[in-house]
Design a protein around this ligand. Structure first.
Ligand code: NAD
Length: 457
């Protein structure tokens, strides 16, 4: 007979898990560090070719990667495919920028030759969330590698498949072993072990504000540079002079895209009061065309499904009115698959939780405004500042409002027309540092100034 194992003290168990996580991370970080000099000093053309091959391979393996990602997230196939093509674009874009970042020669004094160079950090830790697994990993890994760093990446516990596949296919496409490593496991142990590891010289984190704060505390102790890509509660402002039919479909795309599980969702809709009722009717009509199980994917995790339902209760308790939705999907069997109805709340004021907190689901809070100043004030009355939108036919107002919105990206007369060329990142609690664009390279490299004394004789 097998004797039951004596269960140890819970603290012993926790200590063992932390010890195990540290050992796993240590092995990966050391592997990366061993590959760092080779990768860093490879001719930039060679680095670029490898990154370009990775881009092509992602496209070639699209069907397999989509299947992997769908198995873990349940996303509609076209959505998963678009995100994975986006992942390839990150590698393609940064492959074309490997010759950057460049330095400058500074005219300081005749007997000094002064110049600047940008250098990689060495080992970069990348920690990603579950909502766009491969896309988010590529968003950080591609510029980090292009800038000559080596990477240890940890995906969210529930969505590991495509990140592991990325590391495998990258080696098959010529990335030297050790340059891109994946570690798996819980954030509280494996994730924090990455942030704490002394050989990790930079961390790029995408996820919640709460975890961003925890990482920030460790980073403060270590003087560790961070890129923090956190949450949002982004406002979309619609003036009466806008093309209302188009604005309504865009407003719906803004909060139902990826079933609302995207940091850059437009989850607050600010509508000029004289068109409020007419515009809300258009939004409701367009929202109802986003059918759960068809255009609208499921909540990716059980926990997120619970969270969205929790916010349905919060909104109602606080006095908001569901103009549509406010429930799990009502068709038989849909709720079991974690589908919720696209939801539009009216009667919302800025102090309500539904207007302040990130739900991370297809849930919209509509707030009326009277003047341009009031619209901007409501938009900026948020702890977050990730993105924003403005719809108007008045071009001067469009420029004014775009400048006045406190957010890292603003869209005029469309929603979320993002691209890899556009720097992306938050103001306020939405984070700091930038991903995407040429700017990301500056966040994956550090500046050195060199002064050479050159006396005339
Ligand atoms: P999360 O913060 O719970 O987890 C993100 C990652 O951090 C996971 O890999 C997790 O395992 C890890 N982690 C958890 N605790 C950790 C710790 N103590 N130390 C180190 N790592 C730890 O976020 P989530 O729920 O997976 O994702 C949803 C959040 O991500 C939302 O708030 C969303 O807005 C945000 N997000 C932001 C962006 C952006 O670009 N700004 C993009 C996507 C998602």
């Amino acid at each position: 007979m097998i004797e039951p194992l004596e269960s140890g003290h819970p603290q012993d168990h926790e200590d063992a898990e932390i010890g195990e996580a540290r050992a796993v991370v240590d092995a990966a970080v050391r592997e990366a560090a061993a590959a760092a000099q080779h990768w860093r000093h490879l001719a930039s053309f060679d680095r670029g070719r490898v990154l370009m091959s990775i881009a092509r391979r992602i496209v070639a393996d699209l069907d397999d990667l989509v299947a992997l990602e769908r198995a873990e997230t349940g996303k509609p196939a076209p959505l998963a495919a678009a995100e994975i093509i986006g992942a390839a674009e990150y590698f393609e874009f940064y492959a074309s920028l490997v010759h950057l970042p460049i330095g400058a020669v500074l005219d300081v004094r005749p007997d000094l030759h002064v110049y600047t160079v940008r250098e990689p950090f060495g080992v970069v830790g990348v920690i990603t969330p579950w909502n766009l697994p491969l896309n988010q990993a590529a968003r950080a890994c591609a510029p980090a590698l292009a800038a000559g760093n080596v990477v240890v990446v940890k995906p969210a516990e529930t969505t590991t498949g495509t990140t592991v596949a990325l590391a495998r296919l990258a080696v098959e496409e010529g990335l030297p072993p050790g340059v891109l490593n994946v570690v798996l496991g819980p954030g509280s142990t494996v994730g924090s072990a990455i942030v704490e590891h002394p050989l990790v010289r930079k961390v790029a984190f995408t996820g919640s504000v709460l975890v961003g704060q925890k990482i920030g505390r460790i980073a403060a102790e270590r003087i560790l540079p961070l890129t923090l890509e956190l949450g949002g509660k982004s406002a979309n402002i619609v003036f009466a002079d806008a093309d209302l039919d188009f604005a309504a479909t865009e407003a719906v795309r803004a909060f139902t895209g990826k079933a609302g599980q995207i940091c850059s969702s437009g989850t607050r809709l600010l509508v000029e009061r004289n068109i409020h009722d007419e515009f809300v009717a258009k939004v409701v009509e367009a929202a109802r065309r986003q059918r759960p199980g068809h255009e609208l994917g499921p909540m990716i995790t059980d926990q997120q499904f619970e969270t969205v339902q929790h916010y349905f209760r919060v909104a109602t308790d606080d006095g908001a009115v569901a103009a549509t939705g406010g429930t799990v999907a009502l068709e038989p069997g849909m709720a079991e698959q974690r589908f919720v109805e696209p939801t539009v709340y009216t009667g919302v004021t800025s102090d309500m939780r539904i207007a302040r907190e990130e739900v991370f689901g297809p849930v919209l809070a509509v707030l009326p405004f009277e003047t341009e100043d009031e619209a901007v004030a409501i938009a900026n009355d948020s702890d977050y500042g990730l993105v924003g939108g403005v719809f108007t036919a008045d071009i001067s107002r469009a420029f004014r409002v775009a400048r006045a919105i406190e957010a890292g990206q603003v869209y005029v007369n469309s929603w979320s027309t993002q691209s890899v060329q556009m720097p992306f990142g938050g103001h306020k609690a939405s984070g700091y540092g930038r991903e995407k664009g040429i700017e990301a390279l500056a966040h994956y490299s550090q500046m050195k100034s060199i002064s050479v004394y050159t006396p005339s004789s």
